[in-house]
Design a protein around this ligand. Structure first.
Ligand SMILES: Nc1nc2c(ncn2[C@@H]2O[C@H](COP(=O)(O)OP(=O)(O)OP(=O)(O)O)[C@@H](O)[C@H]2O)c(=O)[nH]1
Ligand SMILES: [Mg+2]
Length: 235
């Protein structure tokens, strides 16, 4: 098997749908998933390039592994659940720091998944209309019964914060509107668009990396071994 030419890593809180997104894209289905342990990867051939796509565990106890998976990454997909604002907050607080090991010219995509639930809830609330007062905490006439939990602008704001954190010039990287997606692994909405937009963007990064020298590999000896807790789990 040929060595991958480039690497894309999915990061984000547990349950946001990272594994489901990857399975939807690679296997064209939406199977039941179990919470990921450690990490796993798929290889995708895109044009003449082999791209590895890494699925990581969002659970806190595997957090220490995240920066190892990001080492040398050409792109990172920061995933949140559009119905859980905290999952967007976590991207900044808990996951962004893990990307310090990625390439200096690493691309960042911000992906709000489970957008089908927003539509479902909106439809439900429309059905209820005219059947008496709403149940979703008032606000008075005119305001939607089920407010959208995370707005696309919130993801764009995070993208801009990332550029600041990475000290990147907005003019030299893809625009926020190009890199913020809303997806549904359940219906497949925007899933091909997400991955294939990134593949196309990653190819020039691969070419630049090649021109700069040998690709970075994971040097396991340089990674700190996770401390063992009394229960034997990774801390
Ligand atoms: N409605 C809906 N449910 C989804 C979607 N994507 C994932 N899910 C469900 O959300 C749950 C978690 O999905 P996973 O893909 O396992 O989440 P994960 O981010 O990989 O979680 P960890 O591996 O624990 O980090 C599962 O029950 C999925 O079926 C989506 O787009 N829409
Ligand atoms: Mg998973």
């Amino acid at each position: 098997m040929r060595k991958p030419d480039g690497k894309i890593v999915l990061l984000g809180d547990m349950n946001v749908g990272k594994t489901s997104l990857l399975q939807r894209y690679m296997e064209r289905r939406f199977p039941d998933t179990v919470s990921t342990v450690g990490g796993a990867f798929y290889l995708k051939q895109w044009r003449s390039y082999n791209i590895s796509i890494w699925d990581t565990a969002g659970r806190e106890q595997f957090h220490g592994l995240g920066s190892m998976y990001c080492r040398g990454a050409a792109a990172v997909i920061l995933t949140y659940d559009v119905n859980h604002p905290q999952s967007l907050v976590e991207l900044e607080d808990r996951f962004l720091g893990l990307t310090d090991t990625a390439n200096t010219d690493c691309l960042f995509a911000i992906v709000g998944n489970k957008v089908d639930l927003v539509e479902d809830r909106a439809a439900e609330s429309q059905e209820k209309e005219g059947h008496g007062p709403g149940t979703a905490g008032g606000g008075g006439g005119g305001s939607p019964e089920v407010p959208r939990q995370v707005r696309p602008e919130d993801a764009v704001a995070l993208y801009k914060k990332i550029l600041k954190y990475k000290m990147l010039d907005e003019k030299e990287v893809p625009a926020a509107e190009q890199m913020c997606f809303e997806t549904s692994a359940k219906t497949g909405y925007n899933v091909d668009l997400l991955f294939e937009t990134l593949f196309d963007m990653v190819v020039p990064v691969i070419l630049r990396q090649r021109a700069q020298g040998p690709p970075q590999t994971v040097d396991i000896s340089s990674c700190k071994t996770p401390r063992r807790t009394r229960s034997g789990c990774c801390a």
